[in-house]
Design a protein around this ligand. Sequence first.
Ligand code: HEC
Ligand code: HEC
Ligand code: HEC
Ligand code: HEC
Length: 167
Amino acid sequence: MKKAIPVLVIVFAFVFILAAYSQDFTYVGSAKCKTCHKSEKRGQQYPLWEARQHSKSFAALSTDKAKELSPDTPAAENPKCLKCHGPTEGFKEEGVTCETCHGPGSAYKKLSIMKDHAQSVANGLTDFKSADEIKKQCLSCHADAHESSFDFASAWEKVKHPVPEGE
Ligand code: HEC
Ligand code: HEC
Ligand code: HEC
Ligand code: HEC
């Protein structure tokens, strides 16, 4: 019986490591982010997003223009359109949502983790290290969108949502 203990310890350690590595971060939806990211003091990220175009990009797929662009398949079900207009698994109706840019929030949304950048990144938060990396993210959709031009600097001015200085 005594000999079985170290074996069990090894088995448990193995299972634990496996579980840690196969941990899947999942999308939780913007309502979860709203709880902590709506106040003026914190920078009103949710109300700002709600007022801007990204939150309306899925709705745009029900317009007459969308029908013209996707004549054979309803645009709201066309993967070619959803790729940019509603890409977030389980939350396509939220359009280009918080987690589209920031990564799936199931693990990083906890307050104790959110307060720590390194821990947030280890738990699924996208790490933007420079303006160039932000631009790259934008261009993943804006580089070739209906042949419209995209000026990163002015576009970022329109959608940025910083935490106020001193917070
Ligand atoms: C329990 C409260 C809480 C929830 C829920 C929450 N956050 Fe946060 N988040 C914070 C706090 C606190 C900070 C630290 C900055 C601050 O004081 O506003 C933060 C910081 C961030 C940052 C900057 C982090 C960094 O290190 O660069 C991002 C991006 C962010 N949150 C996105 C999200 C998204 C997306 C969601 C939803 C999936 C979410 N948060 C849910 C409380 C929360
Ligand atoms: C590569 C990313 C991308 C793809 C793929 C894409 N779109 Fe768009 N779409 C955009 C962007 C970015 C804009 C906003 C800039 C602009 O108007 O050119 C936009 C704008 C629109 C608009 C106008 C929105 C408004 O508020 O007036 C409609 C309608 C639209 N797209 C429908 C579609 C349909 C339907 C499809 C699929 C056939 C599609 N899009 C595929 C990125 C994309
Ligand atoms: C997942 C795809 C996607 C990503 C990533 C993305 N966008 Fe968009 N963006 C869109 C779509 C789709 C629209 C059109 C929404 C509509 O009008 O219905 C749009 C609209 C906009 C608009 C409003 C159009 C206008 O001219 O007023 C701005 C500004 C914008 N995006 C800036 C950015 C910036 C800056 C980034 C990077 C931080 C970014 N976007 C990342 C898909 C994306
Ligand atoms: C189009 C992409 C995009 C969308 C949509 C988006 N964000 Fe961001 N967000 C960014 C980028 C890029 C940054 C800048 C990151 C940096 O500078 O490190 C940022 C910064 C932040 C910050 C940190 C601000 C600071 O000053 O430290 C918070 C908090 C945040 N976002 C929360 C949210 C929440 C909540 C939502 C949804 C309601 C959301 N974001 C939607 C791209 C996006």
